[in-house]
Design a protein around this ligand. Structure first.
Ligand code: SF4
Length: 197
């Protein structure tokens, strides 16, 4: 494991371990506060993320940021956001098991350095890789499981919410549950009264 966050980022940004390096514009290492107590982990960069070099941008990123704002969380202050793979799979396909296996060490190193108390798996790929291979987001979202002193929770991917807005209120409930857990653990300061999304 690397002990220096910037050194890790520089290493990842020049990585050619798997074929996903060939079509990328940018390596999408992650964004947010490396001292955050909460990490959000998605599957991999899409087109907008690849062009900008930042996870969860474009329409789905805007939706995610807006929902996070309702519960006092922001990539600018108190969370860190990363992906299972750091380079864009072509045509936004799911990353293959081999690609995840080659890249996951970087994510593990990020988790090792950030030491989050809570990890939110955003979407099926992250939840099946990090919580359980049989994880079903539609059935198990919003439930905390404890692993080696870290709480993990799965929730809907914002791109899936754009395709199926019916799940938006359930996703918001997950974030309210997350907020309540963070307040309970003293990891978040009480904020303004909640609004409807
Ligand atoms: S996806 Fe990960 S392993 Fe593959 S080239 Fe990018 S950084 Fe390296």
């Amino acid at each position: 494991m690397m002990e220096d966050f910037q050194q890790l980022q520089q290493t990842v940004e020049s990585c050619t371990r798997c074929d996903l390096c060939q079509g990328r514009h940018h390596v999408v290492f992650g964004t947010g506060n490396p001292q955050a107590k909460v990490m959000f982990i998605g599957e991999g960069p899409g087109e907008q993320e690849d062009l900008k070099g930042e996870p969860f941008v474009g329409r789905s990123g805007q939706l995610m940021d807006k929902m996070l704002e309702y519960v006092g969380l922001s990539r600018k202050t108190n969370i860190y956001i990363a992906n299972m793979v750091k380079c864009r799979p072509p045509q936004n396909r799911d990353p293959s098991k081999d690609e995840v296996a080659l890249c996951i060490g970087y994510l593990r190193n990020q988790v090792y350095l950030i030491r989050p108390k809570v990890i939110v798996c955003v979407g099926r790929i992250a939840a099946t890789a990090l919580i359980s291979p049989t994880y079903k987001v539609t059935k198990e979202h919003g439930t905390f499981v404890e692993r080696n002193g870290t709480l993990l929770m799965g929730t809907f991917h914002p791109a899936a919410l754009l395709r199926n807005p019916d799940n938006k209120s359930a996703a918001m409930e997950d974030l309210f549950r997350l907020r309540d857990k963070l307040l309970e653990l003293g990891l978040l300061q009480p904020e303004e009264p909640e609004h409807n999304c």
